[in-house]
Design a protein around this ligand. Structure first.
Ligand SMILES: Nc1ncnc2c1ncn2[C@@H]1O[C@H](COP(=O)(O)OP(=O)(O)OP(=O)(O)O)[C@@H](O)[C@H]1O
Ligand SMILES: [Mg+2]
Length: 366
């Protein structure tokens, strides 16, 4: 299950710079707009302190962390929804992603070109939002045309409901808002899921700042905060420039020292990866054997057989039961055997819903 986060924003705001820090890749990042055309895809590991702690106890041959995919997408400009600046292609790249990281330029630097001539992250955000919303409006109108007749004539309840929901989403988009905040019930989004609307995708904002602003932020960041306060979206303050300097340091110790000097306890990249993982609505469970201690990615709310299916479809089909150890218990008792001894291992059936951090052992037959 390789879920994807797309990095989106205007040209030349630092998307590829950030992508390279995230993925250790060498995508071209340079001081001119439209440096990126083809999307860069990187597989990145999700840092998880729990995995390291488990590995210390079990001492396995191999430790395998979770991964997600990050896609560095070309910069969008005004008119993208009408095809401007290869807009259709770039919007198509966004459509394939599961969540959006929207990078906003919040640094002054006369040497770095801004496509609109001045630094104004709120205006920039609105430019991108508008293009995505216009594209979505297109999709919604087309769908409305398709279902309208059916909804208004026959007794097709589903078509009626879909039509109602589409109408609400349409006027929401027309008022300059994104579909994710449309005033419909959570379960109503299922009726429009197959449209893969761009503005339904969960979003987080990265304010790309200069070195002096990594801790306290700056006036640009404050304006972004104010502008998105009703969106219930996370804002991360990161300096892509500093992150790339950190990424060039060889050892863990050097990187820690550099971070300490800046008054940070963690790199922006780490924070961003964790936030992206949250954004995708994912949870983690572990398997802990002497061969391999491993983190597995599931969607929140997965049942035990569904979670087993992530390892192998046979595990799901032939699922018998699951043995579950809570992470804290494993750490407290130090081994599976000791956990068992203490009576803290529970045996669960098909309806068990996994909790983030569960350590699982599946019993199945094929
Ligand atoms: N926080 C920052 N402070 C100063 N300069 C920065 C910062 N972040 C990025 N830059 C510089 O901005 C320029 C553009 O960066 P980058 O190529 O990553 O942008 P992009 O968003 O990927 O652009 P495009 O849409 O053209 O692909 C680079 O010269 C980079 O070094
Ligand atoms: Mg780029």
């Amino acid at each position: 299950m390789a879920l994807q986060c797309g990095i989106v924003g205007l040209p030349n705001v630092g998307k590829s710079t950030l992508f390279n820090c995230l993925s250790n890749a060498k995508a071209q990042a340079a001081n001119f707009p439209f440096c990126t055309i083809e999307p860069n895809v990187g597989v990145i590991t999700v840092p998880d302190e729990r995995l390291n702690k488990l590995a210390e106890l079990v001492k396995p041959q191999r430790v395998v962390p979770n991964t997600i995919e990050i896609v560095d997408i070309a910069g969008l400009v005004k008119g993208a929804s009408k095809g401007e600046g290869l807009g259709n292609q770039f919007l198509g790249n966004i459509r394939n992603t599961d969540a959006i990281i929207h990078v906003l330029r919040c640094f002054d630097d006369g040497n770095v070109v801004h496509v609109d001539g001045s630094v104004d992250p709120v205006r920039d955000k609105e430019i991108i939002d508008t293009e995505l919303q216009l594209k979505d409006l297109d999709s919604v109108m087309k769908r409305i045309q398709k279902v309208e007749k059916q909804a208004k004539t026959g007794g097709d309840k589903e078509a009626k409901r879909t039509y109602e929901i589409l109408t609400v989403v349409k006027s929401h988009l027309e008022s300059g808002k994104s579909a994710r905040t449309a005033p419909i019930e959570k379960e109503d989004f299922a009726f429009i899921a197959d449209l893969s609307l761009l503005t339904v995708k969960p979003i987080l904002y990265v304010c790309n700042v200069d070195e002096a602003s990594v801790n306290a932020g700056n006036a640009y960041v404050e304006r972004v905060r104010e502008a998105v306060k009703d969106e219930n979206a996370e804002i991360l303050v990161i300096s892509a420039q500093i992150e790339s300097e950190i990424a060039q340091l060889d050892s863990y110790e050097e990187r820690q020292l550099f971070l300490e000097d800046l008054g940070l306890n963690e790199s922006g990249v780490n924070k961003l990866i964790r936030a992206a993982y949250q954004l995708l609505n994912l949870a983690t469970y572990f398997t802990a054997g002497v061969q391999e201690v491993r983190a597995w990615t599931i969607e929140k709310g997965f049942t035990a057989p569904q979670a087993a299916g992530v390892i192998h479809t046979d595990f799901e089909k032939g699922f018998i039961r699951a043995e579950v150890i809570k992470y804290d218990d494993f750490i407290q008792y130090g081994s599976e055997a000791a956990v068992k001894e203490a009576g803290k291992l529970s045996v669960e059936g098909k309806s068990y819903i996994l909790q983030d951090g569960d350590i699982m052992h599946f019993r199945f037959n094929v």
